[in-house]
Write a protein that binds this ligand. Structure first.
Ligand SMILES: CN1c2c(nc(N)[nH]c2=O)NC[C@@H]1CNc1ccc(C(=O)N[C@@H](CCC(=O)N[C@@H](CCC(=O)N[C@@H](CCC(=O)O)C(=O)O)C(=O)O)C(=O)O)cc1
Ligand SMILES: N[C@@H](CCS)C(=O)O
Ligand SMILES: [Zn+2]
Length: 754
């Protein structure tokens, strides 16, 4: 007797807890405030609460092993024992070895952290070499299954699938040239077979293996590898039934490949990948299989058009024996519960669904597929007319090419040189200075009404004065105001722009214990008042040196917000760009001579399929240029990029036409400079000479060495000296010596220039 896949499920659920309990627990453990037993206890309570919530909501199939102390890709690495020796050698407990891989130690840098597909979640990159010994360590999925079973809830353990795991991994540092982790798939499948055997022993009926890597372009060999892996896993005599989930797009040729294997259920994202439906139809009948239809968007916060989703579900029932309703991806990417936002505008609230509400939608759709659409709740009301702004629309309609073009760089550079009078190799920072507990407490007091507006502004001005004084004392050439007033580089703008709504508790995990509160873009974007001008003007009033105005660019604002789905993203980007254009002109009018527009998410939003990339890059570049091209030649525009490998988008970085680009470079040993030059980039560049992600303070010699490499790659008159990124996550005890060394290293190289 086989267990059918239930009528409704979610691919994963937020693990941070309704009040970020996970953050508080792990941070308390790291700080020595609670012991491992207490941490495990709190984690078990969080897991139990999620399972009960999902069961009580009426979900037919409940996932487990979606909890993680830090990251689910790291959990999968541990489940197959892919722990690099450098961490084993530390001789720590299992839990502390895990956290050492996630966070590093004084002796060992952490695994690399990188973007999880096109989301704002970051995973830890497994390091796989030819000798990595894969061994099944199924303890965690087994423990979670058993824990839930003790509550009377039968769950479906979730693991990253073996092919995606290796495609996301990077070669271990000592791997020979040309080694590819995916070449180890056969060995890894052996370990998965053992894990599945152990789960089957425990009575697990279904397991979910996530293979989202196959919604990106994959070559024939990679698709063959997928088929071979699931042929082998499918042929195992002793295993749970297999649900292979895909999400974030269309499976393309991987879909028929997967359907040719014995897996019992395939998950398709029908929100980000509507073409999956036609591809499934083209694949022909799939007797005995379940299609798990991702009909409820797990990556955005809008309520689902349940009738349209039910129609898609009904279309699927003619293609597959069993259709189950699910979220399009894990609900990890949305806040936990709309109930925690009682003060949101009712018109907006009526249109939103967070994780908890999306579970209800899935259950309702599952019921509708069985009992008909008459059972569905009332449709989402239309958007209020007040969310439309005809002035913004008319302004955008009137724009021409001249609004995205500046004078030739040589002319601008000459005007800026004359106006700014900077030395060669000017030193600067990326914007933020340490966000101290005291600053956060002041903001919390202001939010709670314990500190009034004037008191808060005084506190921020005092911080700005401090940051300016520190920079003058250190001898930096171009100063910043330090961004003390910003809770976050996107949320801060979301709180001030029209068409955006900020949440008070809408936290989403970004990495490990770090969370963000993405604003919701619901209407046309306006700028009711200047957003940064007073702070920048005040900072500039304290010093004769130039203070950079500091803004977040249109792409990054969209990437780290919940976006509108009722108009093309390009249109929303232009609206944000127009607001920034007005802000930049106001900064210029206030005497700000340099404005930096950060675009760290430029690479993040790049579509997964190459065919979709040119259109994206075109609108992304246009929006940046619309924002930044309204200024005089003598006003210098900087941009800043970090958190990504920028190889694929270097021509777009050049096309941004910024006067100066600061870019993360210290970990790649300045190689980015050659790549930029090869892409034709010929304007100012500030390769990061100091890795701010690490608490290590670089000495002068290593910064000098980095600068020597930079001077060899870029003419000195175009080179800037700066850290890799903002300093907000560091403390003054680290950044003061680091910046002192940076300034001294720049002086040392300047002296050699003659
Ligand atoms: C650069 N990155 C960012 C991404 N996305 C963004 N939206 N913003 C980013 O900066 N994506 C890519 C990377 C990801 N990196 C990070 C790095 C750090 C964090 C982080 O530290 N997050 C904080 C929350 C930041 C914040 O909103 N701070 C608020 C304080 C909110 C708060 O917790 N308040 C407390 C009370 C505080 C007190 O009393 O001391 C409370 O409400 O309980 C602020 O400064 O006002 C985090 O803690 O996780 C995120 C992504
Ligand atoms: N100006 C921002 C950029 C971060 S990517 C900062 O300095 O924090
Ligand atoms: Zn940065």
């Amino acid at each position: 007797m086989t267990t059918p896949f239930g009528q409704s499920t979610v691919l994963g659920y937020p693990r941070i807890g309704p009040d970020r309990e996970l953050k508080r627990a792990v941070e308390a453990y790291w700080a020595g405030g609670i012991d491992a037993a207490e941490l495990h206890d709190r984690a078990a309570r969080l897991r139990a609460a999620v399972w009960r919530t999902l069961r009580d909501a009426g979900l037919a199939s409940v996932p487990s092993n979606t909890f993680s102390f830090y990251d689910h890709v790291l959990d999968t690495a541990v489940a197959v024992d892919a722990v690099p020796d450098r961490f084993r050698r530390l001789g720590l407990s299992e839990l502390d070895t895990y956290f050492a891989m996630a966070r590093g130690t004084a002796a060992e840098p952490a695994l690399e952290l990188t973007k999880w597909f096109a989301t704002n979640y970051h995973y830890l990159v497994p390091e796989i070499g030819p000798d990595t010994a894969f061994t099944a360590r199924p303890d965690k999925p087994l423990r979670e299954y058993t824990e839930a079973a003790a509550l009377g809830i039968t769950t479906r353990p979730v693991l990253v699938g073996p092919a995606t795991f290796l495609l996301l991994a990077k070669p271990a540092p000592d791997a020979p040239e040309g080694f590819r982790p995916v070449d180890r798939l056969d060995d890894l499948v052996d370990a998965y077979a053992d894990i599945l055997g152990a789960l089957a022993d425990a009575g697990v009926p279904w397991v979910q293996l996530d293979e989202p890597a196959y919604v990106a372009d994959r070559d024939a060999a990679e698709i063959d590898a997928l088929r071979a892996a699931y042929d082998r896993i499918g042929a195992l005599h002793h295993r749970p039934r297999l649900f292979v989930a895909s999400y974030f797009g269309e499976l393309g040729d991987a879909l028929p490949a997967l359907l040719a294997t014995p897996v019992e259920a395939v998950g398709l994202d029908l929100v980000a990948g509507p073409g999956n439906l036609a591809r499934l139809a083209a694949a022909g009948p799939i007797p005995g299989r379940t299609v798990v239809a991702g009909l409820v968007d797990g990556h955005n916060v809008w309520r689902t058009d349940l009738r349209a989703a039910a129609a898609t579900g009904a279309a699927l029932t003619s293609l597959a024996d069993h259709v189950s309703v699910a979220t399009s991806c894990s609900l990890l990417h949305v806040p936990v519960d709309l109930a925690a936002e009682p003060d949101l505008d009712p018109d907006l609230r009526a249109r939103l669904a967070f994780a908890r509400q999306k579970v209800d939608e899935v259950v309702a759709l599952g019921r509708a597929l069985r009992d008909g659409v008459g059972t569905l709740p009332a449709p989402v009301p239309p958007a209020p007319a007040a969310w439309r702004d005809d002035t913004v629309r008319a302004r955008l309609a009137d724009l021409g090419d001249e609004h995205t073009r500046r004078a030739p760089y040589a002319e601008r550079a000459a005007a800026q040189r004359a106006r700014l009078g900077l030395p060669p190799l000017p030193t600067t920072t990326i914007g933020s200075f340490p966000q101290t507990d005291e600053l956060r407490r002041a903001r919390a007091a202001h939010r709670a009404g314990r500190l009034d507006d004037a008191g808060y502004a005084d506190r921020m001005r005092a911080e700005i004065a401090h940051v300016v004084a520190v920079q003058e004392r250190l001898g930096l050439d171009v100063l910043v105001h330090g961004e003390p007033e910003r809770n976050d580089m996107v949320q801060y703008f979301g709180e001030q722009l029209g068409g955006f709504a900020a949440t008070v508790n809408g936290w989403v995990q970004s990495y490990g214990s770090r969370c963000v509160r993405p604003p919701v873009i619901h209407g046309d974007v306006t700028r009711p008042a200047p957003m940064t001008v007073d702070w920048s003007r005040y900072a500039q009033s304290l010093t004769g040196r130039p203070v950079k105005g500091m803004l977040t660019g249109p792409v990054t604002i969209l990437a780290w917000s919940f976006i509108r789905t009722d108009q093309p993203l390009a249109d929303t980007a232009d609206q944000v760009a127009l607001a920034l254009r007005d802000e930049i002109r106001d900064l210029e009018a206030a005497g700000i001579r340099i404005v930096q527009v950060d675009e760290p998410a430029l690479r993040e939003l790049l579509p997964l399929r190459a065919a979709d990339q040119p259109a994206y890059l075109n609108w992304a570049v246009t929006a940046f240029r619309l924002a930044t091209s309204g200024v005089a030649d003598a006003t210098q525009i900087h941009t800043h990029l970090c958190y990504s490998e920028f190889g694929e988008v270097l021509p777009a970085i050049d096309a941004l036409d910024a006067d100066v680009t600061s870019i993360e470079a210290s970990r790649s040993k300045m190689e980015i400079l050659d790549d930029l030059r090869a892409a034709g980039y010929g304007r100012g560049v500030g390769p990061g000479v100091y890795d701010i992600h690490s608490p290590r303070v670089p000495d002068q010699a290593e910064i000098t060495e980095a600068l020597c490499r930079a001077v060899a790659a870029v003419p000195a008159d175009r080179l800037w000296v700066n850290p890799d990124c903002g300093l907000k996550t560091r403390g003054y005890a680290e950044i003061e010596p680091a910046l002192r060394h940076l300034v001294a290293a720049a002086a040392q190289i300047r002296a050699t220039l003659g």
